[in-house]
Design a protein around this ligand. Structure first.
Ligand SMILES: CC(C)(COP(=O)(O)OP(=O)(O)OC[C@H]1O[C@@H](n2cnc3c(N)ncnc32)[C@H](O)[C@@H]1OP(=O)(O)O)[C@@H](O)C(=O)NCCC(=O)NCCS
Length: 430
C-alpha cells in the first residue's frame, strides 16, 4: 500500500472514533515531567486537534520538577510525608509562582497559531479560574501539612459552562478555601477528582512509561479494574492504576495511560482499534469471553427458540459440546445473553449461530460479539469472515458485510450447505 493510500485508509478507519468522541468530556493530565518532554509541542498540537474535533477538554497540569528546581535554586529545603510535599507558609509563595509559570507556559503554547505549525488556524480559548475548592490535610501523626491540601469540591457547573463555549479548561494544582487560603494539591489525584466531578467520558494520564507493563515489559493494552491483585506494578503504575480504578468506579467511562514521550501516542490511543497505551475499564457484571463446556446448557436455552422459528440452523447438544471452543458468549449474572461461533474453512471464518436473548437486544451486544469474533479471526490470520443468513441480512450489511455468490463458499463448507434453507451468503474482508 502506498503512503498516500495508507493515509486515506487511516483517515477512514478513524472516522467512527471521531464521531464517537465528539461532544464528550475528556480530562487530560500533563505532569511537570511531561511539560519538559521534547514531545510537548506535539502533545499540545494534538490537544488543539481534539478541541477542533469537538472534544470537550479539561487539562490538569502538575509542576513537581519545576517546583523542586525553584526551591533548590533558592536553597530552600522541604519535607515530604506520604509522598506529599509539606507546604509551609515560607514555601507557599515560591510554589504558587512556579505553578503560575507552568500554567502560563501551557496557555502560551495553546495560543500559538504559526502558519508553518500544525496549530495554524486554530483559535483556542483557554480558561482557568477558581474551579477547585480545597481543604487542609491538617496534622497527620503529629506532622502539620500546613498549606498542602486536598480537593473539597469541584465547581462542575462553572467548568461545564466554559466547555459549552468550546474553551479548554486549564486547572492548576492549587485550590482555595472559603476562608481565602491557598492550598497546594496533588495534581495526579486532582485530575481524577475533576474527571469524577464531571462524570467525564475519559480520564487520560500522560506518563513516562506509556502504560502499565507486563512482566516482559510490554504495555498491556486493556485492563479491568479487578486486575490489580493479579499484577505486580511499580509504585508509579500502582498510583495511576488505583486512581483510574477510583475514577472508573465513580462514573468515568474509561481511563487511559499513554506515553508523553512518544509522538502521536494520544491520537493512536484514541483513534485506532489497538491503541498505544493502557485502557482501564470497570469490571462489568456482563462479561464477553470464550465459551466453556459449562456454557452448553445456557447456549442451548438461548438458541432453541430461534431454531424452532427457523432463524438458526438446528444444532445437537453433542455438536455444540464438540465445538464449544469455537463459541464466544456474553454472560450476564450467570445467564448467557448472546453467543456466536467462529468456524474455520480454508483460511476463511464462518460467523455462525449469532444470537442475542430477546430481552437483551438492541444494546450492541451482537456488535460487541462480532468485533470479538473478528479479532479472534485476525489472530488466526483468516482473510475474511462469511455468514449464511435467512433473517438478518440487513444487520450484517450494516456491520460491513457484502453480499456474495454462493460459489465463493469454501469447498469444504459447500458440502455442508443446506439448500432447503436458501440462506444468503455475505462476506467481510478482515
Ligand atoms: C441479529 C441479532 C443477533 C442482533 O442482536 P442485538 O444484540 O440486538 O444486536 P445489536 O444491538 O448489536 O444491533 C441492534 C440493531 O440491529 C437492528 N437489527 C436487529 N435485527 C435486525 C435484522 N434482522 N435486520 C436488520 N436490522 C436488525 C436493530 O433494530 C438495532 O438497530 P437500531 O439500534 O438502529 O434500532 C438478534 O436480533 C438475534 O438474535 N436475531 C435472531 C437470530 C439471528 O437471526 N441471528 C443471525 C443468524 S446468522
Amino acid at each position: 500500500m502506498s503512503d498516500h493510500q495508507h493515509h486515506i485508509k487511516w483517515f477512514r478507519d478513524s472516522s467512527p472514533y471521531i464521531n464517537a468522541h465528539r461532544n464528550k468530556t475528556f480530562v487530560l493530565y500533563l505532569g511537570g515531567d511531561a511539560m519538559e518532554s521534547a514531545n510537548l509541542s506535539n502533545i499540545i498540537s494534538d490537544i488543539a486537534l481534539l478541541n477542533s474535533l469537538g472534544v470537550r477538554l479539561v487539562l490538569v497540569h502538575g509542576a513537581v520538577p519545576q517546583i523542586d528546581r525553584q526551591l533548590e535554586g533558592l536553597s530552600k529545603s522541604w519535607e515530604m510525608l506520604d509522598g506529599k510535599r509539606i507546604t509551609t507558609p515560607e514555601l507557599l509563595k515560591d510554589i504558587t509562582e512556579t505553578i503560575a509559570g507552568v500554567k502560563a507556559n501551557i496557555e502560551a503554547r495553546l495560543s500559538m497559531g504559526l502558519v508553518n505549525s500544525p496549530m495554524h488556524g486554530s483559535s483556542i480559548n483557554v480558561i482557568s479560574g477558581n474551579f477547585v475548592k480545597a481543604k487542609p490535610i491538617g496534622i497527620v501523626n503529629g506532622k502539620d501539612f500546613h498549606n498542602t491540601g486536598s480537593t473539597r469540591r469541584i465547581n462542575r457547573d462553572a467548568i461545564r459552562q466554559q466547555l459549552d463555549n468550546g474553551a479548554i479548561v486549564l486547572i492548576s494544582p492549587l485550590g482555595y478555601s472559603p476562608s481565602g487560603e491557598i492550598f497546594n494539591l496533588d495534581s495526579i489525584s486532582l485530575a481524577a477528582d475533576v474527571s469524577i466531578a464531571l462524570t467525564a467520558e475519559k480520564l487520560i494520564y500522560f506518563s513516562s512509561e506509556g502504560g502499565i507493563r507486563d512482566q516482559d515489559g510490554n504495555v498491556i493494552s486493556e485492563l479491568q479494574t479487578d486486575h490489580a491483585a493479579a499484577m505486580s506494578m511499580n509504585p508509579s503504575e500502582e498510583q495511576l492504576f488505583s486512581l483510574t480504578c477510583r475514577a472508573c468506579h465513580s462514573g468515568v467511562n474509561r481511563c487511559h495511560i499513554v506515553s508523553y514521550a512518544e509522538d502521536g501516542a494520544l491520537l493512536e490511543e484514541l483513534f485506532t482499534r489497538d491503541g498505544s497505551g493502557t485502557q482501564i475499564t470497570r469490571v462489568s457484571y456482563e462479561q464477553i469471553r470464550k465459551a466453556t463446556p459449562e456454557d452448553v446448557p445456557g447456549i442451548i436455552e438461548l438458541i432453541a427458540p430461534l431454531e424452532e422459528q427457523g432463524m438458526l440452523v438446528k444444532r445437537s447438544r453433542e455438536l455444540i459440546e464438540a465445538e464449544i471452543d469455537q463459541f464466544t458468549v456474553i454472560e450476564r449474572d450467570g445467564l448467557i445473553v448472546c453467543c456466536g461461533a467462529l468456524n474455520v474453512f480454508e483460511a476463511k471464518g464462518e460467523l455462525a449461530c449469532l444470537a442475542t436473548h430477546p430481552d437483551y437486544r438492541n444494546d450492541n451486544r451482537a456488535e460487541q460479539l462480532l468485533s470479538s469474533i473478528e479479532s479472534r479471526a485476525r489472530k488466526l490470520s483468516l482473510s475474511s469472515l462469511f455468514v449464511l443468513t435467512t433473517h438478518s441480512a440487513h444487520w450484517f450489511v450494516e456491520h460491513g458485510f457484502i453480499e456474495g455468490e454462493m460459489s465463493e463458499l469454501p469447498d469444504s463448507r459447500k458440502s455442508l450447505y443446506n439448500y432447503q434453507r436458501n440462506s444468503k451468503y455475505f462476506r467481510k474482508p478482515l
